[in-house]
Design a protein around this ligand. Structure first.
Ligand code: SF4
Length: 463
């Protein structure tokens, strides 16, 4: 039996050393425990093609197949690590978006904490540092997990931005090109809120969190924000909501007038995202604000009574190394926001920026180690984590929080323990049912979304 497995080019893009080996062909035999597998690895252009041959012919069971797949992955990982002279990734062969979620799977299988740690290290080849972080996050989340199980949460997307950031791969539309679409889009969204508002009231559903994200929701005018939040207050029962987030995103779109409206409607968590505190980088990456603007808006929000603020930052932006990152982190920590979310740059095909992060694997690791350490010293603990393809240094995105300020919405969406109803174009709703997750989505394109709204083609799978 032949097994072919392709490692995607994205997975190995950052490994320059491998591309140098592009003409070589390596034939290796990997001894996977009691069975033997022949592994053939071909490195061609920027692709690595691995072929594995399982020598035991009578392989039939599904468990054996899963075990074989795991052995093959381990074999490939070890071989590639040997070729480049270091572990391919600190996350071993855990390549999924939600590494922390696997812990629950092992607990459900009856494994003890020590057994889980051993499993992660020996069978999934995860580094001890990352295993420690996974358990720290688990510890931080533990009081919330039970409360959020099967909870009902709402996401509302506004897919417009003042300009396109060079690294962005989200579906977002700049207002200078799609200005005329904003008002019809809002009207469509109000219709969808009406529909699901009735749906929720009829079933007496308690909403636990609401997250207005984007894009940049604060791109809406003060009147539009007022109309949106008024409709949410009218149609959704807010009495059991523990988190109501409004993603300001770009500091240049948040005026005092808008902040007051957002506060008046009971939003209790605000996100204001500088990404970096270096003005020259902000200009290069196409963000139309400065760090001074961010600081002004941050203090204004505090003055108006927002006492739960998140700031998003990115590691590995153009021209930024360790010193620039340390400067950003120290300046943001000095402001003492309740949440700081650290992203490792992950460039996808839709991004304008084509050149990858300037960070080497080693630098990205140093930066991440420094981040965990300085965050800990300043009272911030990691509370959720997720990964994407092609991240700088194969690291991760991590949400840090001061004690008592965990965002339940982020925990629900990453650990997939509750239902999320996603409104607006591109919204992907999730229904958690008896351990299974059912997804349904709205069209990504705002015009197609409006067509759907016009015909009242709403999804009603949430039963
Ligand atoms: S603000 Fe966010 S969604 Fe908008 S262009 Fe920048 S990265 Fe993309």
């Amino acid at each position: 039996m032949k097994i072919n497995c392709n490692i995607s080019p994205e997975f190995i893009k950052y490994i320059d050393e491998l591309i140098l080996l592009s003409t070589e062909r390596q034939n290796l035999t990997f001894n996977g425990g009691k069975r033997e597998i022949n592994l053939e690895i071909e490195v061609k252009d920027d692709k690595v093609i691995c072929r594995g041959e399982y020598l035991k012919k009578e392989y039939t069971h599904i468990e054996e197949k899963a075990e074989l797949k795991l052995m093959l992955k381990r074999g490939i990982f070890q071989v590639l690590s040997k070729i480049i002279g270091r572990p391919l990734s600190p996350w071993g062969i855990l390549t999924g978006v939600r590494p922390t979620k696997v812990i629950q799977g092992f607990i459900d299988d009856g494994l003890t904490i020590e057994e889980i740690k051993r499993e992660l290290q020996n069978n999934y080849l995860v580094s001890p540092e990352k295993i420690e972080i996974m358990f720290k996050i688990r510890e931080e989340q533990k009081n919330l997990l039970g409360k959020l199980q099967n909870s009902f949460n709402i996401y509302i997307g506004i897919p417009f931005c003042p300009s396109r950031c060079s690294y962005c791969s989200f579906t977002s539309y700049t207002t200078n090109r799609s200005k005329n679409l904003v008002e019809p889009y809002l009207q469509g969204l109000l219709e969808e809120i009406n529909f699901y508002g009735n749906f929720i009231k009829e079933r007496d559903i308690n909403i636990r969190t609401i997250y207005i994200g984007g894009g940049t929701p604060s791109i809406l005018s003060p009147e539009q924000i007022q109309i949106l939040l008024e409709r949410i207050a009218k149609k959704f029962p807010l009495d059991k909501v523990i988190e109501y987030t409004f993603e300001g995103g770009r500091p240049d779109t948040l005026t005092e007038e808008k902040l007051k409206i957002i506060k008046d409607f009971g939003v209790n968590r605000l996100s204001i995202n500088p990404q970096t505190m270096n003005n020259s980088t902000l200009e290069i990456i196409g963000r139309t604000h400065t760090k001074e603007q961010f600081i002004r808006v941050f203090y204004k929000a505090k003055e108006l009574g927002f006492n739960w603020i998140n700031t998003d930052l990115i590691i590995g932006l153009t021209d930024e190394g360790f010193n620039q990152w340390r400067n950003t982190l120290e300046e943001v920590i000095a402001l003492n926001p309740e949440n700081i979310t650290v992203h490792s740059l992950a460039l996808k095909r839709a991004a304008i920026q084509k050149e990858k992060s300037p960070l080497t694997f080693k630098e990205a690791k140093e930066i991440m180690d420094f981040t965990y350490s300085i965050m800990g010293e300043n009272g911030y603990n990691p509370y959720y984590l997720y990964r994407q393809k092609a991240m700088a240094g194969n690291q991760e995105n991590v949400g840090f929080t001061k004690s008592g300020f965990i965002s339940p919405y982020n925990v629900v969406s990453i650990e997939e323990i509750g239902n999320v109803l996603a409104l607006g174009s591109g919204g992907i709703s999730k229904v958690v049912k008896e351990g299974e997750i059912i997804r349904f989505s709205n069209p990504k394109d705002p015009n197609q979304y409006l067509e759907k709204v016009k015909k009242s083609l709403f999804n009603v799978e949430i039963v």
